[in-house]
Ligand binder design. Structure first.
Ligand SMILES: [Zn+2]
Ligand SMILES: [Zn+2]
Length: 68
């Protein structure tokens, strides 16, 4: 599996768009191996994920976003 993010494939489970969710990025090892790239997604975070607590600048990068 690619370690890049968002993944260049569509993931429809547990929901469409999951390939671009930071919640999933941890499972692929992306965060550990690409911390500098990961920072760009969380910098100036405006949304928090209600299921895992991660923060992202864009709602599209979280499974269950809520505005901060
Ligand atoms: Zn999450
Ligand atoms: Zn998701």
């Amino acid at each position: 599996m690619s370690n890049w993010f968002p993944l260049d494939l569509e993931i429809t489970k547990p929901h469409p768009g999951h390939e671009a969710h930071l919640c999933m990025a941890h499972n692929t090892g992306f965060i550990e191996k690409n911390l500098e790239a990961y920072k760009k997604f969380v910098k100036d975070g405006k949304f928090v994920c209600k299921s895992c607590g991660r923060v992202a600048a864009k709602a599209e990068n979280l499974c269950d976003p809520e505005a901060l």
